[in-house]
Design a protein around this ligand. Sequence first.
Ligand SMILES: Nc1nc2c(c(=O)[nH]1)N[C@H]1C(S)=C(S)[C@@H](COP(=O)(O)OP(=O)(O)OC[C@H]3O[C@@H](n4cnc5c(=O)[nH]c(N)nc54)[C@H](O)[C@@H]3O)O[C@H]1N2
Ligand SMILES: Nc1nc2c(c(=O)[nH]1)N[C@H]1C(S)=C(S)[C@@H](COP(=O)(O)OP(=O)(O)OC[C@H]3O[C@@H](n4cnc5c(=O)[nH]c(N)nc54)[C@H](O)[C@@H]3O)O[C@H]1N2
Ligand SMILES: [Mo]
Length: 639
Amino acid sequence: MLHGITPHALMLNQIGGYTRMWGAASYEGALFASMATYGTLMTGNAREDLLNSKFIIMWGWNPANTIWDPGTSLWLARAREKGIKILAIDPIFTDSAATLAHQWIPIRPGTDTAMLLAMAYVIITENLHDKSFIEKYTVGFEQFKEYIIGNEDENPKTPEWAEKITSVPTETIINLAREYATTKPATLIAGWGPARTMFGEQYSRAANILCTITGNIGINGGYASGFMRAYYSRERIITGGRKKTGPINLEDKKPKKPRVQDNLVDLNAPPRKDSLYKLRGGTNPANTRIHSNDYYNAMLNGRKGGYPADIKMAYIVATNRLNQYANVNKGIKALKSLDFIVVYEQFMTPTAQLADIVLPVNTFMERNDIAVPWLGSPYYIYLNKAIDSLYESKSDLEICKELSKKLGIKNNLLDLSEDELLRMFTAPRKDIKNYNKMKRDGYFKVKVEEPFVAFKEQIKDLENNPFPTLSGKIEIFCEHIAEKNNPLMPPIPKYLTHEEHYDSPKAKKFPLQLLTPHNKRRTHSTLSNIPWLEEVETHAVWINSVDALKRNINNGDIVDVFNDRGRIRIPAKVTERIIPGTVCIYQGAWYNPDKSGVDLGGCANVLTNDSYSPGGAFPLNSSLVEIELTPKNKIEVFK
Ligand SMILES: Nc1nc2c(c(=O)[nH]1)N[C@H]1C(S)=C(S)[C@@H](COP(=O)(O)OP(=O)(O)OC[C@H]3O[C@@H](n4cnc5c(=O)[nH]c(N)nc54)[C@H](O)[C@@H]3O)O[C@H]1N2
Ligand SMILES: Nc1nc2c(c(=O)[nH]1)N[C@H]1C(S)=C(S)[C@@H](COP(=O)(O)OP(=O)(O)OC[C@H]3O[C@@H](n4cnc5c(=O)[nH]c(N)nc54)[C@H](O)[C@@H]3O)O[C@H]1N2
Ligand SMILES: [Mo]
């Protein structure tokens, strides 16, 4: 609550504001789809409710490794113990597929939308869809059906069509479609990995709509795939029911008077054309913002290039920016073109090495703060300070307080103490019943009456509880998207190909699709500098034996992975746990270039694509690469 961006925003807002980013690498595709379909981010059912399901699909989701919250793997394990069928769809035979699932369906990356559409084809043509649900709670089914059966583009989205694209056999698609549509209630959890691709929002939209046409929304054991799963409606509790919901009435919108917490650059800016600006609660639509995967282009090209600012200075706090966003080599060029870079860090990260000034920041053990758990789990953690700050380090808050004084800012918020600020920030959270107890115990567990089921009220009584979309219903066809008239952002979900897809001309030169998922031995780049964890699992590029054989690569050989953006040198892990044609380098390893610019650290983002999808999805799993054995004389250096 107190560190990271909060104190910096309070400080910079007082001196005119700053250019901020939009788009979260984690989930922007899923978020866009969730807003477009349901008008909200509060989707999914609480994990306890998995036990009420009869069939669970983990689509591009590996919760045994990529931790969502302490409970997720446990509830999946309990579901399995109870005999509930679990299925995993992933190009990798993940630990989740191996330990939790009864069946693994391997799929070519970036093609999931085609498979979901083909499942819809089977469900609709075999008359397995939930007609009364569709009629009562949705808009746009007819347009979707026209596209699916091929009346719109003379291309029916049959399982045979999808097999060619996805490499999933026709029979498998048909069987899964039938099983999902006829086993009720069923849970389809569409992970964020496949949404972290070019046109990732189409995949998320298609998954949301599959849950819809089978009537699995708003019921126990079902699941409205969307942005997240909720344990309880924190949205409502936080605001004590005061916050307005539903679409924004643009006619009512008057220029806002700035408050201390407002960024003056964004405050009354018009919306980005492609954003869902009529809906409340999604991404900040201000057109003054820059997509965070597009920052380097903005730094290099500025206003002349159509960006909202000429950036001279970067203020980098609580992120290993260079390492964690796409196209590291362009990043270096862009960051070096600036006049001034400040980084606040605990470690000398690859990003900090580019800074003019590194301010040493203390750790969570050296200050008080409150941790709000990720995505609404029902507890808060009070982080009681254990020791005084070591050496010259200070907290983000302390640094901002001192800088504000020197800048002559009379900011009434940064003048408050740690405790005053924490009490102020927690006051609107009606679910924290007893601040003092939380501080004393070190945590506060929120009492939840019953496992949360998103949209239960809407399904019970739609008239009094409309969906917060423009139509008040689930939008299979989204009018707000249609207004944009952008063929790459269709109002119903469509399968689209792109410049760096498996079927693109570029794939002739770089034939391997690169996945860069999250790893069990670190959180992003944090903990990557710990040698013991390298012993747990060597950082390597995963490659199928078919692809390895073609290139004369043996398990453990040092190889070069490269494309037009850069080159990394890394051991090869030859395995059948990844499909042919796809390779994987887990994100987060620290960039460590040799003199010629080859990265010996194995940082995946040397190779990733720094563009973004119309809906904002980050194409971090949409890069093409080639791999070759590293020449013998260069291997010595690697060792
Ligand atoms: N290729 C590829 N890239 C990805 C992803 C992917 O799937 N593929 N995933 C993306 C996702 S989902 C995310 S969320 C991002 C995450 O990327 P980042 O947000 O950059 O996360 P970290 O690498 O953990 O960097 C956090 C840094 O903050 C520092 N730090 C810790 N505590 C404090 C503090 O109190 N104050 C300050 N000032 N600093 C502190 C740590 O030392 C660390 O260097 O990565 C994205 N990058
Ligand atoms: N241990 C650990 N846990 C973490 C994190 C971490 O760094 N380490 N990071 C946290 C954060 S900030 C986030 S945002 C979440 C991210 O959570 P996720 O986005 O769910 O995690 P990923 O591991 O990137 O992707 C999940 C799975 O998607 C698969 N996948 C990728 N592309 C495709 C595709 O095109 N099709 C299909 N079908 N599957 C695909 C990957 O192989 C992977 O198994 O994890 C959180 N938890
Ligand atoms: Mo994330």
